[in-house]
Design a protein around this ligand. Structure first.
Ligand code: AMO
Length: 442
């Protein structure tokens, strides 16, 4: 049997016997000739089968032609034949003249989704939806991005962690917590690796990272929230302030975006109409209070019911930064202690503000980072201040009772980065399998 050739390699292969495997994209069943466009993970190629005909020009039925006539779109098959370069063939300048087809997995002839199906319907049939080259590209980009980040971390002596996702308590807020039965008692799904990534600091690991699942029992149906998402986390010791965390964050994003642009820039432009911009460091930094003033000057008052920036405010400040600095990223810094978790360090000269930031990319928050409070008396006081019971947090507070260096880090939503990089309108598009309040399948 001829060895399988990936479709993207056909152009560089020499004419002659060839075997390709993939799924049927389209069949054009004409009187004199049949065409099948076959797609695999690397591209698409035209297969051709001239029908046999007698001296009188009437086609003679044969098994191969019948097989082709009966092919349903989506059927997985192996095709063998003769590769022929022909510049008149629009699709890649090559075609395969068929000698045989071996069906590996026939598809149901109904097509449950169409190009104009809504996002929820497409999510119902995600495995079919993912066959679209555009969707396939999203996950190749994701692979490149994660690889570039890992390379950065590994080259800079970070240790990779896999913290447990079954927890005894909440790490972020009690509001968005999934509770699960755990033998005689209860456990909670991890909302963030926060506590256990911080534990690596008293453990003496120095610099760590993790890419792993996080769970939030958030009942909302927005375009940027999921109940399960992939969190990209890093934590470093011996920092002077959150400024050092932002520097790390910038370096990582520059490395990731550069890798994506180098490898996929042209494809992204062709398929998404988006030019990937490698951000220049340093990214703009704007204290939150100032960002609110800027946004107000643009005519948008951020509602006063909390101290946070709301989604419209994030869009506005991003637009301002784009217009003023030509930058797609902005760090909003110095969030109020009132809206930040107890573990964020507060400013010495103004404890109403934290040494923290949110990173906004093309109008949406992609990350939160901070210097952590590592002085245990202050940490206990801040926990109490938030109405938390220090006894419940004893295991965490212990990390700080046996020596710990100053440290900080960030958590970043992987699918949000991809969504905003590719100008997608919904996190469902950039998540392999989305999880939301009404979606547990597939
Ligand atoms: P935060 O809660 O801001 O911070 O989360 C960090 C980032 O994770 C992503 N994210 C989400 N993505 C999809 N769906 C959700 N429901 C969702 N919730 C959060 C966002 C967000 O910016 N422990 C801190 C981080 C730290 O300080 O290191 C934390 O979890 O991109």
């Amino acid at each position: 049997m001829t060895e399988r050739t990936l479709i993207k390699n056909l152009a560089a292969a020499t004419d002659g016997p060839v075997s390709v495997s993939g799924w049927v994209d389209t069949v054009r069943d004409q009187k004199k000739v049949q065409f099948v466009v076959l797609r695999d993970e690397s591209g698409a190629v035209q297969l051709v089968n001239p029908r046999l005909s007698g001296d009188d020009g009437v086609t003679i039925p044969d098994k191969l032609s019948d097989t082709i006539s009966g092919l349903a779109q989506g059927t997985f098959l192996t095709a063998t034949g003769e590769l022929k370069h022909d510049e008149r063939v629009k699709l890649g300048g090559v075609e395969v003249k068929l000698t045989a087809i071996g069906i590996a997995g026939a598809a149901n002839p109904e097509t449950p989704i169409a190009d104009d199906s809504g996002v929820d319907k497409r999510m119902d049939w995600r495995f079919l939806d993912l066959r679209q080259p555009k969707n396939n590209l999203i996950f190749r980009i994701q692979t490149t991005l994660e690889h570039a980040w890992r390379t950065y971390w590994v080259e800079n002596d970070f240790i990779e962690l896999h913290t447990p996702k079954l927890m005894a308590s909440a790490s972020e807020s009690k509001a968005e917590l999934f509770e699960v039965d755990y033998f005689e008692g209860k456990a909670y799904l991890s909302q963030s690796p926060q506590f256990f990534k911080q534990m690596a600091q008293p453990a003496g690991f120095g610099k760590i990272f993790e890419i792993g699942p996080a769970f939030r029992a958030d009942p909302s149906f927005t375009s940027r929230h999921a109940t399960e998402f992939t969190s990209v986390d890093s934590e470093i010791s011996w920092i002077d302030s959150h400024e050092d965390v932002m520097k790390l964050h910038e370096d990582l994003l520059v490395a990731g975006f550069q890798a994506v642009k180098d490898k996929h820039g042209a494809e992204i432009e062709a398929m998404f109409g988006v030019e990937v911009t490698v951000p220049s460091a340093p990214f703009p930094r704007i204290p939150l209070a100032e960002a609110k003033r800027i946004v107000a000057e643009r005519g948008y008052e951020v509602p006063r019911h909390d101290d946070d920036m709301d989604p419209e405010g994030e869009r506005q400040i991003s637009a301002y930064v784009k217009e003023t600095f030509g930058h797609e990223f902005v760090f909003l810094t110095d969030y109020a202690s009132s809206i930040r978790p107890f573990y964020h360090m507060r400013h010495e000269d103004d404890p109403s503000l934290t040494k923290s930031y949110d990173l906004i990319f093309n109008g949406v928050e992609i990350s939160t980072g901070a210097q952590r409070e590592h002085r245990v008396e202050l940490l206990v006081a801040q926990a109490k201040d938030k109405g938390l019971d220090p006894e419940e947090l004893d295991f965490y507070l212990d990390f700080f009772r046996f020596g710990v260096p100053p440290h900080g880090g960030f958590g970043m939503g992987l699918s949000r980065v991809l969504m905003l990089m590719l100008h997608l309108t919904n996190i469902r598009e950039s998540t392999y399998l989305f999880r939301g309040p009404t979606r547990l399948l597939p």
